[in-house]
Ligand binder design. Structure first.
Ligand SMILES: *Cc1c(COP(=O)(O)O)cnc(C)c1O
Ligand code: SF4
Length: 336
């Protein structure tokens, strides 16, 4: 006999991703408490070091208990080192991006236009330039989209539209539908690319409504995930990746090289292997953007190159990410 509690276990009610989004941990003391490190609360910087804490509970559940060096914890927990003022590190590393994205669209590279579809993220990564650029959700206002799409419509050299942010999947699926409807009469755009960390940090986002929308988009689809460590994957993330592939998306991953988190060859190789197990190919390994508060994460170029070389010796070529840096004014990401 199947009891009510049995049935509930067999098919758990799908928790709405927006609820999980809202229930994210935003208090660093609570974060420490949940991972069994409450005694480290006196090492927290005042005022979250100027960048609010935010991390979904499902992601926290993948952290190791009692490990202050856990690679997932270190991506989300504010550190005193964020208060250090490092020469060459800017609070305006993306200043020109801020101004150019006023229209919501960045068209720096040939054939590809990048739309800042949303300023929100489910997680606040401590190394991110967003810590100095709290762009608002008005980016996604329909009026702005129309202007951005008008630019794309006028320029027939644009064959790929990239939805980025922040995280574009922070938008309601209905909003995304509205956007892709606007693409319907722009025949030169043949590819839709989505840059998102949500399938990793909040896999519940990849719900039926979302995959129905993605499957119906009549373009080639690429989803570029963002994971920095193999431990970010679990069965639910695997499921989300599988559903994205079933909806017709090619899956790639970009990572940031982060000292103390993934800066050894074994960790990087394990990440590549784990990505491939989830049906994802490694794409870019980024050198850190030099933003104030993130200097303690930097790995110098010499070591970075040696690490990638060591990974190249271990893994098939298709599992070796390209090591790049974003250099203002260049026509592509800068290979190291
Ligand atoms: C990174 C980026 C892209 C995408 O570059 P790819 O090398 O194609 O991944 C496109 N536009 C802008 C503005 C970018 O910063
Ligand atoms: S998800 Fe991406 S954009 Fe958002 S805070 Fe993290 S690194 Fe930055």
């Amino acid at each position: 006999m199947i009891t009510a509690s049995h049935a509930a276990r067999l098919s758990p009610p799908e928790t709405d991703w927006r609820t999980l989004w809202r229930e994210a941990i935003t208090d660093p003391r609570e974060l420490l408490d949940v991972v069994g490190l409450a005694h480290l609360a006196d090492r927290l910087p005042p005022g979250h070091a100027g960048f609010a804490v935010r991390v979904p509970r499902g992601f926290v559940a993948r952290m190791r208990l009692g490990d202050a060096q856990d690679p997932l914890l270190l991506q989300a927990l504010p550190q005193l080192a964020e208060l250090d003022v490092a020469p060459g590190y800017s609070t305006d590393a993306v200043g020109d991006m801020a101004s150019r994205s006023a229209q919501g669209v960045l068209h720096k590279y040939e054939g590809r236009a990048l739309l800042i579809a949303s300023g929100s993220c489910a997680i606040n990564c401590r190394y991110c330039f967003r810590r100095h650029f709290p762009y608002g959700d008005e980016m996604a206002a329909a009026g702005q989209w129309r202007k951005a799409l008008e630019h794309v419509r006028q320029d027939t050299s644009i064959t790929e539209l990239i939805l980025s942010g922040g995280d574009p999947l922070s938008l309601a699926t209905a909003k995304l539908e509205e956007l892709t409807r606007g693409l319907a009469d722009i025949p030169h755009v043949t590819r839709l690319r989505i840059h998102t960390r949500l399938p990793v940090v909040l896999p519940e986002r990849i719900d039926v409504a979302f995959t129905d929308w993605l499957a119906a988009v009549p373009l080639q689809k690429v989803v570029v995930l963002h994971a920095n460590h193999a431990n970010e994957f679990d069965a639910q993330v695997d499921d989300a990746c599988a559903r994205l592939r079933e909806a017709g998306a090619t899956l790639l991953n970009q990572s940031v090289l982060l000292r103390g988190i993934n800066d050894d060859a074994e960790t990087l190789a394990a990440l590549s292997e784990r990505l491939f197990a989830a049906g994802v190919l490694p794409y870019y390994l980024h050198q850190l953007d030099r933003v104030q508060g993130a200097a303690h994460f930097e790995v110098d170029d010499t070591r970075a190159l040696a690490l990638v070389e060591a990974v190249r010796h271990r893994l098939p070529g298709y599992l070796v990410p390209k090591l790049v840096r974003e250099v203002g004014g260049e026509a592509s990401k800068h290979p190291l």
